[in-house]
Design a protein around this ligand. Sequence first.
Ligand code: MN
Length: 357
Amino acid sequence: MAMRILHTADLHLGRQFNGIPLDDDHGAVLGQIVSAITSNDIDVLVIAGDIFDRAAPPTSAVRQFNGFLARVASETAAAVVMIAGNHDSGDRIASMAIMTDTRRALIRGAISSDEKPLVLSDAHGPVAFTGLPFAYEYAARECFADEALHTPENVLAAQVSCGRRNIPDGARWVVVSHAFVAGASTSENERPLTRVGGVETVSSAVFEGAHYVALGHLHRPQSVGASHVRYSGSPLAFGFDESDCQKSMSLVEIDAVGRATIETVPFEPIRRVRVLRGRHAELLLAERSDDFIKVVLTDDVPVIDGMKRIRDVFPNACELLYDPARRPASPALSPGKRPACEAARRASRASARRACS
Ligand SMILES: [Mn+2]
């Protein structure tokens, strides 16, 4: 049997959507992660940073994550590899590592100049997992006693090379990192990774030698540069720009020679993030829904109590704006099939161009 990895990231526990708590939505996707581990015979769960939305998350979020980890530990046989992202407190994540079973968990919160891997085995030999916690440049300069670390790429290159030194000879190698790899697609809710400005992207070349790179930070699922350098994306959409993005986990199998085969396991959110376009009177006829809704009204004149009446049908409507000049190309409410992220982005860029021209 080959090594099977379930890769997720950017949970952002404790986050709200336009002021609406997401506790139930997070609870649902965490349950889907546990189910995916058991139904796909997963050996290792990887969480590539931004576990919490804030350095000091609300108690409810901490409790929710503890309950999730307890389920993974008791209901599955999977090992866990997780790192701090830029939204996390590295020290908070590090505290979870102190008394853990080090044969089954690698929890990396604060940057270190001696990155030791978790080494697991399958029928073909060892697979080493290196977890590189996110760190700002100033912390890396102190950690490595190197004043020349001025960019996220400098920091990551230093982390990768100290991790590489501890990989057993002949082991296949998985690197877990929270970074912005050049060439990847962003969304609106990712906080910059550098405090001083400048280039925050890193070249995928820094991961040279890794058989799979499990990335966090960008919220759209995507590979970048090569198929084995990949963002799982976030389980939930956090903005209307992600309304057409099908969220998923990445199921990765590493074969005998280190080739990674990747499938996606879709998340099913309990409340979707949707943009509805149409006339007010038409939208009021829609089926009631708790989804998060942005309404774009095509009415020629403003509607009295427009939002109030929309909320009779969509209680979690968050935004309402008017765009009378643009008519829907297709019926606004047809459920249809949600397009893949890239197709949707192309379509929205195309429609933006049409609007300008
Ligand atoms: Mn994030």
